[in-house]
Design a protein around this ligand. Structure first.
Ligand SMILES: Nc1ncnc2c1ncn2[C@@H]1O[C@H](COP(=O)(O)OP(=O)(O)O)[C@@H](O)[C@H]1O
Ligand SMILES: [Mg+2]
Length: 350
């Protein structure tokens, strides 16, 4: 049978699996570390504010990120993402608000705390005529890392960013995506607790983009706190345990992808391709918890349900009992584009 979840903005993910849908649960529910309130956050920003002349770029932005959590700031160009993170990492003076790193205030003149943060700026800063390894060592020395420690760490980082086999090639032979990964490597050199990435996939080809996202997923799963800005909904959905939707300097809503999707109160749509006594099947489905609407259509049954992931097994077994045989399952979940539109009246894309 065919099995699909449609989440990534109309692109379709297709599983072809034997009849039962093992593997679905892991794929469908983000492992989300959203319940981390009892933990001290690695980064906490409270009510950040910044104006440039008349323009209020950041207008009271607050968020917290726990160890092992990937937090996304999702918003269009000009929303205030770069300005917010520049204040969060202590690169830009703030007009108001507080930044706490591991519970300690980050203020001008604070030393030590910045060492817990790795920043990957939007502009790539590497030396084209140095090799990947030489770049890492150069920046490591710039950060005052001891030479002996730096050697081993540079090699470790090369593995993390997947450039181990290109370590001795000059950076000017690299694709845009590889340069970007090297840039991420520089941010990781001093083994920070928090990695901050500012739109790291902009201008990168799809294959490299995927490699970058994979590295970040890996780092998050290893306990690093990650702050990730993007205007790509698909990236926020894929990477982030929690997402703050930012527009005009304010976080308009925050939560897991699932929590945000609830804002638009759209249900998941499950299309079951099936043969057999469809009307009996539809009637059985109508009695399942969470099911909002059932329609028999040509070649199957359409179901509107609160959460497809929660009800899918019940749907399938109800149909089985009604002697309906299923040939395919397709799921449409509301996406963050719909949420953004709902919150701002505008599209994420310009
Ligand atoms: N140094 C600056 N001087 C004046 N305006 C700025 C400066 N930096 C950013 N801005 C303005 O602040 C707003 C937010 O910018 P930014 O934080 O870069 O947004 P984003 O990163 O979400 O695209 C934009 O309107 C931008 O033009
Ligand atoms: Mg920016």
């Amino acid at each position: 049978m065919k099995f699909r979840i449609n989440r990534f903005d109309r692109r379709r993910i297709v599983w072809r699996s034997p009849f039962h849908v093992a593997g679905y649960h892991g794929a469908a529910s983000r492992s989300g570390n959203s319940d981390t309130d009892q933990d001290q956050p690695v980064l906490e920003c409270r009510d950040l504010r910044k104006s440039f002349g008349e323009l209020t770029a950041v207008d009271g932005v607050s968020f917290r990120i726990a160890a092992g959590e990937t937090y996304g700031l999702l918003g269009p160009n000009g929303a205030g993402k770069t300005t917010s993170i520049s204040m969060a990492v202590g690169l830009m003076q703030r007009d108001g608000g507080q930044v706490l790193v591991d519970g300690e205030p980050l203020d001008p003149g604070t030393t030590g705390l910045k060492a817990k943060i790795g920043l990957v700026p939007q502009d790539i800063a590497i030396y084209p005529d140095l090799t990947a390894r030489e770049n890492l060592r150069f920046f490591g020395r710039l950060y005052d890392m001891p030479r002996a420690k730096l050697r081993g760490r540079a090699d470790e980082v090369l593995e993390i960013i997947g450039l181990g086999d290109r370590a001795d090639d000059r950076a000017d032979t690299f694709s845009g995506g590889m340069k970007r990964r090297l840039n991420i490597g520089i941010g990781l050199l001093h083994a920070p607790r928090l990695l901050v990435l500012d739109e790291p996939t902009v201008g990168v080809d799809p294959q490299s983009r995927n490699a970058i996202l994979e590295s970040i997923e890996q780092l998050g799963s290893e306990g690093l706190a990650v702050l990730y800005t993007t205007h790509y909904m698909e990236e926020a959905e894929r990477l982030c345990d929690r997402i703050g939707i930012i527009d005009r300097g304010q976080i308009k809503a925050e939560g897991t992808r699932r929590e945000l999707a609830q804002i638009v109160r759209e249900n998941d749509r499950v299309r079951l391709s099936a043969t057999g006594s469809l009307h009996a099947g539809a009637e059985a489905i109508g009695r399942i918890d969470g099911v909002q609407q059932v329609d028999v259509v040509d070649g199957g049954i359409d179901v509107l349900v609160e959460q497809a992931g929660k009800s899918l097994m019940a749907l399938l077994s109800a149909l089985d009992e009604a002697s309906v045989s299923i040939t395919g399952v397709e799921i449409d979940e509301p996406n963050l584009e719909a949420v953004f539109l709902h919150l701002t009246g505008r599209s994420l894309r310009d």
